[in-house]
Design a protein around this ligand. Structure first.
Ligand code: NAD
Ligand code: ZN
Ligand code: ZN
Length: 347
């Protein structure tokens, strides 16, 4: 089969022929029906050179869905041809965190398929015709006609903002305001998830006009162009009190500074994007009792929940499809800001 492989740090991925995977006991091979192109893959290609518990070579694609193709010995509960989404962070399955489905924070990583990674993050991912999934618990059946192409972005671009929004639900009562900074792959889902699961007013900040227009069509109440006036504009919109929850899907110096400037006292500032910014925190540098947190991906139960939102049509990723032969071009477009919503590769 063909696969899009990252062969070394600081390099472009290469489309090459590799062996088809076969499932061992307890494993499942998926025929890939959609693999999302995440901005994190651009960080893998350009920004990292070690410092992670795993390294290239591996096949890219950590946002996957498809159809069960071949079941390993002992796997029950799935049928060949069944459509499934793949939970991406692969933990050990038996430590305290993994038992709760929080495999992002596996506490026995040496017993995981790969420490701190998954398919497309150290192990072979979904930018190939077939994907080896090391345990059946990583599969969630797709219901209500949700297609693998639409489900793929839900597994990361949907799950990551869902987890971030969910942990702030208690601060998003009617009358509150949420700010989404960066309305790309993750952010455009974040807007819909806020709309579907909270009553907060939604303010969206993005430098791209089309991203703001799409956010408005998906339920944003107010849009703001980044720049020197952005913080004052958001404060004005909230009658001076600030935003209860700020979700920064960029994570650059400027966006984190903006987030801290517009957060309400007792609010949440959640940093999801990994553009490398830092934010000085001291007693007087941020509003009183603001909780500042990073979030990483989401849990298995949260994937079930966010897929249910999608199956019911309460959220729907906006995506453009590319064949595997154009995956490199899809990443180039993502880098140039020419993708709206998500790019999904259909191997
Ligand atoms: P994307 O390229 O699809 O979207 C980024 C959006 O942010 C674009 O619309 C862009 O115009 C906008 N933007 C960029 N700089 C901006 C600025 N200074 N002000 C306002 N808007 C700005 O990227 P994505 O796939 O949605 O990923 C977003 C970030 O989240 C990346 O850094 C990615 O690596 C990271 N990420 C984190 C997690 C996690 O678990 N924490 C998971 C997935 C992705
Ligand atoms: Zn990702
Ligand atoms: Zn574990």
């Amino acid at each position: 089969m063909y696969a899009l492989r990252l062969l070394s740090w600081k390099s472009e991925p290469v489309l090459m022929e590799v062996e088809d995977p076969r499932p061992g006991p307890g494993q499942v091979v998926i025929k890939v029906g959609g693999a999302g192109a995440c901005h994190s893959d651009l960080h893998l290609m350009h920004d990292f050179e070690g410092g992670l518990p795993w390294a290239p070579p591996f096949t890219l694609g950590h946002e996957n869905a498809g159809w069960v193709h071949e079941l390993g010995a002992g796997v029950t509960g799935f049928e060949v041809g069944q459509p499934v989404a793949v939970y991406g962070p692969w933990g050990c399955g038996s430590c305290a965190r993994c038992q709760l489905g929080i495999e992002t924070y596996c506490e026995n990583p040496m017993a995981a398929p790969i420490p701190g990674g998954g398919g497309g993050l150290g192990l072979d991912g979904g930018m190939a015709e077939y994907l080896l999934v090391p345990a059946a618990r990583f599969l969630v059946p797709l219901t209500d006609g949700l297609s693998p192409a639409a489900a793929a972005p839900i597994t990361d671009a949907g799950l990551t903002p869902y987890h971030a929004v969910r942990r702030s639900w208690h601060k998003l009562a009617p009358g509150t305001t949420a700010v989404v900074i960066g309305a790309g792959g993750l952010g455009h889902m974040g807007v819909q998830i806020l709309k579907a699961t909270t009553a907060a007013r939604i303010v969206v900040v993005d430098q791209k006009e089309d991203a703001l227009a799409m956010a408005t069509s998906m339920g944003a109440d107010h849009t703001v162009v980044p720049g020197p006036e952005a913080a004052a504009e958001i404060r004005d919109y909230t009658h001076g009190i600030g935003a209860d929850v700020v979700l920064d899907f960029v994570g650059a110096e400027a966006t984190m500074k903006l987030g801290a400037a517009v957060a309400r006292q007792l609010g949440d500032l959640t940093i999801v994007g990994i553009a490398g910014g830092t934010l000085p925190v001291s007693f007087f540098s941020v509003p009183y009792e603001v909780s500042i947190q990073t979030t990483y991906w989401g849990s298995r139960p949260e994937l079930v929940e966010v897929l249910d939102l999608a199956a019911r049509g309460l959220i729907a990723p906006h995506y453009t499809t590319f064949p595997l032969t154009e995956a490199v071009e899809a990443y180039h477009r993502l880098e140039k800001g020419e993708v709206s919503g998500r790019a999904v590769i259909l191997p």
